[in-house]
Design a protein around this ligand. Structure first.
Ligand code: HEC
Ligand code: HEC
Ligand code: HEC
Length: 324
């Protein structure tokens, strides 16, 4: 037997110790990181040499506990110490942790050795522990990377996708968005005029140091990306109600047609944004922000319109745009 293979009993006890510590970490009042990886007593580089590895139990859990535990520990919504959960996020890990625009861990960075170890674990089939062959990964292969992402765009792709195709509803799609609107919004984030909660949390930092030239490069890049994959459409009756609001407005309430400004197909024009194919949740959130004036556009038009719409109207029109 290869004397480097740790017995599964040892592994189980390590995993348990780590889990308990991660739990304590998650609850620690000052929220400081503790180098839990040290508990493991062996460096990632040693562990990597185990035949057939690296392994989730021996190599990856310590790395996660050290670098991600505070935010991704047991009990959190994204618990990376759960093997199946973490493995299912392969595509996201390649982008968010190992890609050119990686932005995880927030507030830190994996060392080169740690990045290499995580990459090797993914490349070698994401094994759980010695003797246990992982099942075939079920997630689809990541799309072939774009050959050259311009430098100012690199820090954006972790959230918005390499082609602005964002598959997560929290992040708006940027592909095919009009260049004028992209420019106006990047300026609004940079000058902190667009100041909704989500804008503050997510967009102030990435835009803080953008130059006007960077903004032109970014606007040209995303506006020229191909159409994104269609969203899953919601219930048909809501889509039809939403379509009617979009095309004709609500004359009884004084709400004008949205198509008049955003285009017959929701394609947008100049500083009036493309809305077609945008995530429903994102649209609902923005109309909510306009309604409460948490987001204010330069001429205040959208706030006025949003106030004329009920929650139901907002939901329906967003459902329609999501389906395009
Ligand atoms: C300071 C807190 C913090 C740390 C540390 C941190 N993350 Fe995150 N992570 C988040 C938050 C919050 C989100 C959700 C918001 C987002 O997607 O940006 C997230 C999202 C992610 C996602 C995207 C998940 C998805 O479904 O798309 C991945 C992958 C990820 N983190 C991996 C890691 C890894 C691996 C580490 C450690 C090497 C790490 N993170 C460290 C806070 C953190
Ligand atoms: C940590 C994740 C994250 C990163 C990194 C990030 N964004 Fe965003 N971005 C968001 C979120 C979330 C929103 C939605 C904010 C809101 O709801 O107001 C957003 C909104 C936007 C919008 C407004 C879209 C619209 O339809 O109004 C633009 C444009 C944008 N981002 C461009 C960028 C660019 C360019 C970069 C890189 C320089 C970048 N983002 C980096 C998360 C991110
Ligand atoms: C008079 C022109 C006009 C009309 C009519 C109009 N909009 Fe807008 N809309 C705009 C402009 C301009 C903006 C960009 C605001 C900014 O710069 O922040 C916008 C922004 C938006 C956004 C934010 C998009 C994003 O990506 O963040 C949504 C959602 C939206 N409009 C929905 C609607 C809906 C739904 C209607 C119909 C009920 C409508 N608009 C009618 C001009 C209009």
């Amino acid at each position: 037997m290869n004397n480097k293979i740790i017995s599964s009993k040892t592994l189980a006890s390590i995993a348990l110790t780590l889990a308990v510590h991660a739990l304590l970490l998650a609850c620690s009042p000052n929220g400081e990181h503790m180098p839990l990886g040290d508990l493991h007593g062996k460096s990632g580089a040693d562990a990597k040499s185990i035949e057939g590895g690296p392994y989730f139990t021996a190599d990856i859990i310590p790395l996660l506990a050290k670098n991600c535990g505070n935010c991704h520990g047991p009990g959190s919504a994204m618990d990376w110490t759960n093997y199946e959960t973490f493995k299912s996020k392969k595509d996201r890990i390649l982008v968010r942790v190992l890609g050119p625009g990686a932005n995880m861990p927030i507030g830190g960075k994996l060392s080169d050795t740690e990045s290499a170890l995580l990459q090797a674990w993914i490349d070698n089939g994401m094994a759980y522990e010695p003797g246990l062959t992982p099942k075939e990964p079920t997630s689809p292969e990541p799309q072939a990377p774009v050959s050259q992402i311009p430098v100012p765009v690199q820090s954006c792709v972790g959230c918005h996708g390499e082609r602005g195709e964002s598959s997560q509803t929290l992040y708006p799609k940027l592909a095919l968005q009009t260049p004028d609107y992209l420019t106006s919004q990047l300026q609004a984030f940079r000058s902190k005029v667009r100041a909704s909660t989500a804008a503050r949390i997510f967009m102030w930092l990435p835009t803080e140091n953008l130059t006007d030239d960077d903004i032109s490069i970014i606007a040209a890049y995303f506006s020229n990306q191909p159409a994104t994959q269609k969203n899953t459409p919601g219930p048909n009756e809501k889509i039809l109600l939403g379509q009617s609001i979009y095309n004709d407005g609500l004359p009884g309430k004084g709400l004008p047609s949205c198509a008049a400004c955003h285009g017959a197909e929701g394609q947008g024009i100049a500083t009036m944004p493309r809305l077609a194919g945008q995530h429903k949740d994102y649209l609902v959130k923005q109309l909510g922000y306009f309604k409460t004036e948490e987001r204010v556009d330069s001429n205040g038009l959208m706030s006025g319109f949003a106030k004329l719409m009920s929650e139901e109207d907002i939901s329906n029109v967003s459902e329609y745009l999501n389906s395009l």
